[in-house]
Design a protein around this ligand. Sequence first.
Ligand code: G3I
Length: 321
Amino acid sequence: PGLDVLAKKAGLLYFGTAIDNVVLDNKQYISIAHNRSEFGQVTPSNGQKWMYIEPQRNVFNYTMGDEIVKPAIKAGQMRRCHTFLWHNQLPEWLTSQNWTKTELVGILENHIKNEARHYYDECYAWDVVNEAYNDDGTLRSDIWLDTIGKEYIELAFKFARKYTSPRTRLYYNDYNIETVNNKSTAVAALVKDFKKRHIPIDGVGLQAHFVTGSAPSYDQISAALKLFTKLGVETAITELDVRTQLPDSAEKMAQQATDYTNAVKACVDGDDCVGVTVWDFWDPVSWVPETFPGQGNADLLDANFTRKPAYYKVSDMLGSY
Ligand code: G3I
């Protein structure tokens, strides 16, 4: 049985993968990516980001998002949609001007309104705001914070609630929040504040971009999940991968398998951790080598589509429930 079949038996809603547009012409890749028993959920790794969706002001182009979402619907896979607001992959027209606060709030609402309506009821969850915090728990200085102030986060969630289907789960998504630390504590404080003031938020996504041998332990991840779930939101592991310093070795692959398995198991055992998404399953399309030269082999399948020890260890662990 595939990973999603096993994950559902273990109590998760899904085991999913990100899919990038650059690989859509690879038949072997696509047959695995849209195999529902392997991956019950799909996230576009790039296709729904601002620079592609609204390349000119108020001109919307959903081609890249639809290329991932439509086949997922056809295959009966859930969709996590990614992402309304980020500091990265913004279009030139947006970043090359100095907007007033009022203008930028209007631009944000218009973007969320249009994209939310296009994907109305097609997303189990939306990553409404992505990566707003620095590792020390302060807010990241970017166009949003610098122009609108810290209320840009709640504005994005209010707009998302206004224009998405009422069934859509609204998530805050970030990396380095998989342990209890300054950043995850700041995100938990945000959630607590939102709950107190009735700002809509349904979930926190823990990206989980890990490094072989220094990934957080099962206990650390479990504790981080609890930080959020005790506040009454669900969680998900949204972008799991475990990158290795190359050259790879049997020993490193065994360690990577343990690191993957700890993360998936923490989600399975945690209350209100709904599912796990890997940030692609195939090494040749991983984001890692471009960003961290000398590192790679972060995914479950190697360049020949051969399953690695990490695939089997995750599969065996899920099968044991
Ligand atoms: O748009 C061009 C395209 O025109 C060209 O043909 C192609 C050829 O290389 O490059 C395209 O741009 C690339 C884009 O992905 C789309 O494939 C960029 O160079 C590349 O830098 C970009 O990387 C993406 C990255 O976000 C951007 O920061 C990765 O694929 C994507 O996996 C990664 O995803 C992020 C999550 O959204 C948020 N969390 C971290 C995660 C990993 O960085």
